[in-house]
Design a protein. Sequence first.
Length: 115
Amino acid sequence: MFNYGMRGSNKKFFDAKNVKIVKDDVLTTDEIKNGEIDLIVTSPPYNVDIKYNSHDDQISYEKYLEFSTKWLTRCFHWLKNDGRLCLNIPLDKNKGGQQSVGADLTTIAKKIGFK
């Protein structure tokens, strides 16, 4: 879902009768309609200073959580009522101070409406 550092311009990476893979920026894509997705699998930036081509991966933790709120909100709206989100993130990180990334993103997701 995240397009950070990905090459190529095709946004619709794969499309079949019941499967669609989109390679685009989660914050700006118009390839996905609300309520049409059964499953989102994503590995968002970790904010541990990985060198992406188009994303600053070393922002303040507060800004990282604001960014995460934005993309999690979009994902929530795209999912069907019984849809699922599979998220690959670290449980915590030590770079820039100890933060419980997994717990913080879970809290944000619940506030948005994930169960």
